[in-house]
Every structure is written in C-alpha cells, then in structure tokens.
Design a protein around this ligand. Structure first.
Ligand code: SF4
Ligand code: SF4
Length: 182
C-alpha cells in the first residue's frame, strides 16, 4: 500500500435539465487546447461533446475520460424518452471502435484535464462558458494513495506506442513540447 496524501478532487456536476445544447462548452474547450491557445476552435478537438436529439429536446454533455486500448466485449445502448441512442453514445473512453475523443489529425486520444494551467483557471473553461449553469464545478479534499508512478506512465506510453506507432507518438510529443516552449 502506498503512502496516503491529501488531494483536491475536482468534479463537474452536469444538470441535464439546464443544458440547451448550445455547444459553447465544446467551442471553448477546443479553443483553450488549441496550439497556440485560442488560435482556432473545432468541436472535434473538444474534450466535452454534447450528444443530442433536438426533436426531443435532449442534450447530454459527455466528458472525455480514459484511453481504452481495446474495445469492450459488450456494448451499451441507452433509451431516453423513447429515443434509442447509438451504441456506446455516452461512453467517456477514447476507444478504437469510434472516432469521438480523438485528435482529428493525429488520432491521439483526448482526455478532459480540467483545464489545468499555469496560472490556474478560476474554474474549468466549459463551466465558465455555460451560461445556463448546466455545468457546476465543485472541489473537495480527500486522502488518497500515492500519485501516479513512473510505472503507470510507462504503461500509458507503451499502450499509445502500441496503438499509434512510436513515430507518431514521438512526433506529437515533440510538437506539444515545442508549442509549450513557444
Ligand atoms: S455550454 Fe452548457 S448549455 Fe451549452 S451545450 Fe454545453 S453544457 Fe449545454
Ligand atoms: S474542464 Fe476544460 S478540458 Fe475538461 S471539458 Fe471542460 S473545458 Fe475541456
């Protein structure tokens, strides 16, 4: 068992009754993560996507979660107000079976990073831009096991190299580090 540490847990609560599908959250997320920052916006690069059915007035913001190396053995299907959604529509994973939550040019996985920045944002950008208060930001302190280990990082990298090839991963990391320096 690792050492216990205090950690701030960041949560975004989604109030579906308040979301009207304006997609401002998608726009600002993609702009915030553009290189250079705010140089472009493209919902396909956003780490939040709004699954919608305008006829039934249903809008469900979904946040990009973990990268999945392989497809699930089974499939999820949701029926909301009589409307059946595509398989896996509300899944948060960047997964080989679909295009959502993948960087369109490189195909590398996208994951919500809570807009980690230096200096820190007051609140995540999607929360700030949601004028309907459908996204509510909360923080709490918890005791957790020690953070990510070197081994965890290596496993993550190996999985990406396995999937996308060493050259593509190296190329993307070089571009990211150059953009950060610039
Ligand atoms: S900005 Fe708010 S209201 Fe607009 S789509 Fe996103 S979550 Fe929904
Ligand atoms: S918290 Fe930041 S990174 Fe995550 S979806 Fe919202 S804008 Fe994007």
């Amino acid at each position: 068992m690792g050492e216990k540490k205090k950690k701030i847990i960041k949560t975004i609560k989604v109030d579906l009754d308040k979301c009207n599908g304006c997609r401002a959250c998608e726009l600002v997320c993609s702009a915030f993560h553009a290189q250079p920052k705010y140089s472009s916006n493209n919902p396909a690069r956003s780490r939040i996507r709004v699954i919608h059915d305008p006829l039934k007035d249903i809008y469900v913001p979904v946040y990009a979660g973990e990268y999945a190396k392989a497809e699930c053995m089974g499939r999820d299907k949701y029926v909301i107000d009589g409307k059946e959604y595509d398989e896996c529509a509300f899944c948060r994973a960047s997964c080989p079976s679909r295009d959502i939550f993948k960087e369109p040019d490189s195909g590398l996985p996208l994951k919500c990073d809570m807009c980690e920045d230096d200096p820190p944002q007051k609140e995540p950008l999607c929360v700030q831009w949601c004028l309907n208060d459908a996204l509510i930001y909360e923080e709490r302190e918890e005791e957790v096991e020690e953070e990510v280990t070197q081994e965890d990082v290596e496993i993550g990298l190996e999985a990406m190299i396995d999937k996308y090839g060493l050259e593509k991963v190296m190329d993307t990391m070089t571009r990211m580090s150059l953009a950060k320096k610039g």
